[in-house]
Ligand binder design. Structure first.
Ligand code: 4AD
Length: 611
């Protein structure tokens, strides 16, 4: 019931009496719930006065207000002074209420006027048509990154509206984005009055003509320039209202929402910088291998042999035969050594990983290389030099360096899968670069086991010390790497925890070899980096045919399916080795992202195959 309805009901009830009596109980009454009857008294005389005033004139004359004060048991008629005071207060309340109502009315009117004015303005705006000024010079078509090179020239650009800021009705600032850069545009007068200007939404596409001006002193904008627009038009308008780009998500959105909208999240500064750094990284790896004059090869992804164990194979029906998505191109690279010498590939690898970790994907970009006639130590040098050279190449490109510095400073805020507490904090990329430039630590597996035990790190399954032969899981491995805080080339893993193809280590290189020979250390290596853990896995390969056949038998692999691989050990065998680097893990490390999912265009992981 409204206040008016309540008052009307009270008045109706009181009017039934010839001489109504309005009750006020200053302790037990209530102005909100009371009716003025003895059974439901008011709390204040002001309320009683308001009710009496609302009674019909003939009832008012005979109406009495009775009051029970605190500590009293009986109602007494209100005194003259108290009645006068209550009436005064009531008058004051009435004035206040009237003023409030007046204000509300004015505000409603103002809002209505504004709305009408808006509708009128929109209608009027439809009549405003922009035209190109034929006396102006023909524009130079430019991408946003090149605009600053056309100072004082007339250019035309086509791009997405990243932001808009209106300054009054006659000035509008747009920041455009086209993937190559950003550009601030200034629109004035008629240019801001058209229907398109009034309804322009973020992420709409536009064509803009104007003159490139040096930015006024004290202002900041991309490239230190702004475009003073003389003509513009919309190409495709993006939705407004609840479908507007800015309403869809923000940095606080649920990770599932961000994942589902990944195609739109990609337009954000962080995601687009990560993808640009990714592009430069792929090139840097290729340039690195090219500088060594190694050939790139393109092995198939559909295969019928496994490389890294059956547990992570994705199988599929290949014209009625069982086939798999490749786990690694290593074995095919090995078949290229005799014809091409050292080779590399950057190809997708697939792992049916059920684990929901921050560094596992079901599909990832795998950079793998294979080198003939090398020793294990030479291979370790090759891995270390590759990392240093690739990071150096990225660092030497000013634009990439700028993005790396910015990304490293920025805490993870997009597409973060973990709780906010798990977010990575900003760091200085120059420190990481300095770390990479230092010699990498070389550490044997047995020493890592010792380190874990000396630092009280226990096995998760039984809380006991680690033992020789244990796989070092992700968490302890990362803990050790973070504590040591340098890249570590961790070597000589026992055969039982590695793939079938690894060459046993030279016994003379291992202290107390006798202790370990039942599960011999191999010439294997994982490169571990702070914050991420393993980013490279590699080894020297078994190259003796009998040793290979024995390994197949031990692992339960059908040697016949590997006839082409075994032929490498028959037709000119040689010591050789190679490695694989997960591009996403490398990127998560150098861009300071919490999870490898944030450095993929569209990550593939357990239960996620869309978009
Ligand atoms: O250690 P891995 O399994 O080694 C191999 O596949 C070898 N055949 C490579 C070779 O010697 N040619 O994988 C190599 C690297 C890992 O260090 C890691 O960076 C990455 O591949 N990697 C993954 N990245 C993302 N998601 C996964 N599920 C990954 N599994 C491995």
């Amino acid at each position: 019931m409204t206040t008016d309805q309540t008052l009307a009901a009270i008045v109706e009830q009181l009017s039934l009496k010839d001489s109504p009596v309005v009750h006020v109980d200053e302790v037990g009454g209530s102005d909100e719930a009371g009716t003025g009857l003895a059974s439901a008294p008011f709390k204040t005389s002001v309320r009683a006065v308001a009710v009496v005033e609302a009674l019909p004139a003939d009832k008012q004359a005979g109406c009495k207000i009775v009051v029970k004060k605190g500590g009293e048991t009986e109602y007494k008629e209100i005194s003259g002074a108290a009645l006068k005071k209550a009436k005064k207060l009531h008058e004051g309340n009435k004035k206040k209420a009237a003023k409030l109502a007046e204000k509300q009315l004015a505000a409603e009117k103002q809002a209505q006027n504004k709305q009408e004015e808006e509708v009128r303005r929109l209608e009027e705006s439809k009549k405003i048509k922009l035209e190109q000024d034929p006396s102006l010079l023909a524009p130079i078509k430019s991408k946003l990154r090149d605009v600053p090179t056309y100072l004082d020239k007339r250019v035309v650009v086509q791009a997405w509206v990243k932001s808009r800021r209106d300054q009054g009705k006659d000035m509008m600032f747009l920041v455009l984005r086209d993937g190559t850069g950003y550009l601030q545009c200034v629109l004035t007068g008629k240019l801001c009055h058209t229907y398109d200007a009034l309804t322009l939404t973020l992420e709409s596409t536009v064509t803009v003509y104007g003159t490139v001006n040096q930015l006024p002193e004290g202002k900041t904008a991309a490239g230190n320039v702004e475009l003073v627009v003389d003509y513009w038009e919309v190409i495709g308008k993006a939705p407004s209202g609840e479908d507007a780009y800015s309403s869809l998500f923000n940095t606080e959105s649920n990770p599932d929402v961000l994942r589902r909208l990944r195609h739109l999240v990609l337009r954000g500064d962080t995601a687009s910088s990560v993808l640009k750094v990714r592009s430069r990284t792929m090139k840097a790896f290729r340039d690195h291998f090219d500088s060594l004059q190694w050939y790139e090869v393109n092995p198939p992804c559909l295969v019928q042999t496994q490389v890294e164990g059956g547990a992570t194979l994705f199988s599929l029906n290949y014209y009625g035969q069982e086939a798999y998505l490749t786990q690694s191109s290593q074995l095919y690279l090995e078949t290229c050594l005799a014809s091409l010498g050292s080779v590399y590939t950057i190809t997708e690898s697939f792992r049916a990983e059920k684990s929901h970790t921050r560094r596992h994907l079901s599909e990832y970009s795998h950079c793998e290389a294979e080198i003939p006639f090398i020793t294990f130590n030479e291979m370790l040098d090759i891995i270390e030099n590759m990392i240093k050279d690739v990071v150096g190449r990225l660092w030497n490109e000013p634009e990439t360096r700028r993005m790396l510095i910015e990304l490293n400073l920025r805490k993870n805020d997009e597409a973060n899968d973990e709780t906010k507490a798990a977010q990575i904090v900003g760091r200085n990329f120059a420190d990481i670069k300095a770390l990479i430039d230092q010699p990498f630590l070389r550490m044997k597996y047995v020493d890592a086991i010792k380190w874990l035990n000396e630092h009280g790190v226990k096995r998760e399954e039984d809380g006991q010390d680690f033992e020789y032969g244990d796989d070092i899981p992700e968490k302890p491995e990362r803990y050790m790497t973070d504590c040591i805080n340098k890249p570590i080339l961790l070597t000589h893993f026992p055969r039982s925890i590695k793939a079938f193809y690894m060459q046993p280590a030279d016994p003379t290189s291992i202290e107390d070899y006798e202790k370990y020979k039942c599960d011999p250390p191999t010439e294997s290596v994982d490169l571990l980096v702070p914050g991420v853990g393993e980013i490279v896995g590699g080894s020297m390969r078994l190259w003796n045919k009998d040793a290979l056949l024995e390994a197949f038998k031990r692992e339960g692999l059908n040697a016949e399916a590997y006839y082409w691989y075994l032929d490498q050990s028959r037709y000119g065998a040689m010591p050789h080795g190679g490695f694989g680097l997960g591009i996403e893990r490398f990127l998560a490390w150098i861009t300071n992202r919490y999870t490898v999912r944030d450095v993929c265009l569209y990550p593939r992981f357990t239960e996620c195959c869309q978009p």
